[in-house]
Ligand binder design. Structure first.
Ligand SMILES: [Zn+2]
Length: 234
């Protein structure tokens, strides 16, 4: 049994990457699909930046600018989990990833800290799962490999995103972190959450509420998505 099991794993490794690459990067549509997930919405306002600007507003505004940026290039299809200020459950957000057969899922958020001097951006990816060692259920093995690939791809995208964000906010990279954000671990596709800055820090808040800086963040996110799919951002 053991030898057959190993043979299966080996064959799966040979066959799966090619099959996944076709399904993920090209699909039947011919264009990769990215889902942009503006955090919060509706009654869930998120953190407060100013009296009139909450996290839910900023994530939506920047999400829409990412959509515009990528839309103007026409090489990547963009799906938004919400396009208005409304409640959107986690289930609904996950569903839009499944329905659109997403290749990449990007959550946008704003941080808040207890200390006012805590500042900078953070990129989260779903934590690595411990591989199933003893299971010889083929379904489990395949599922495990798909999620391992998703995790590797999440990390690859995280690095591209961090590099682009570092151009906008030099020396404000707080590093790559594994996520406790539940939505990330629920998705079977590469998924990353960007915490764009701290609402509790004056400098970050000034930047996040500045229209020019918002455009720069959106472009950084857009460019990293282009790079991820090999679109060749300059
Ligand atoms: Zn948030």
């Amino acid at each position: 049994m053991k030898r057959i099991y190993l043979l299966f794993v080996f064959l799966a490794f040979l066959i799966l990457p090619a099959a996944l690459a076709t399904a993920d990067e090209k699909g039947s549509r011919g264009k990769p699909v990215v889902v942009i997930d503006p955090g919060h919405g509706g009654a869930d306002i998120g953190v407060m930046l100013t009296k009139d600007l909450h996290e839910k507003d900023l994530t939506l505004a920047i999400g829409k600018q990412v959509q515009e940026y990528l839309g103007s290039k026409g090489k990547i299809d963009v799906v938004m989990t919400r396009e208005a200020d409304r409640d959107a459950s986690m289930e609904e957000r996950v569903r839009s990833a499944v329905k659109s057969r997403a290749d990449l899922f990007v959550c946008l958020h704003v941080n808040a800290g207890f200390a006012k001097d805590t500042s900078g951006f953070e990129v989260y990816f779903p934590g690595f799962k411990t591989p199933t060692k003893t299971s010889d259920d083929s379904g489990e093995i395949v599922k495990d490999m798909i999620s391992t690939r998703s995790l590797n791809e999440s990390v690859r995208f995280s690095q591209l995103l961090r590099r682009q964000m570092e151009i906008v906010f030099p020396r404000r990279d707080r590093g790559l972190r594994t996520s406790s954000v539940r939505i990330l671990t629920r998705l079977a596709v590469p998924a990353v959450a960007l915490e764009m800055g701290f609402a509790t820090n004056e400098r970050d808040k000034d930047d996040l509420t500045d229209a020019k800086r918002q455009r720069e963040i959106a472009q950084a996110v857009g460019k990293s998505i282009e790079e991820y799919f090999g679109g060749g951002a300059p």
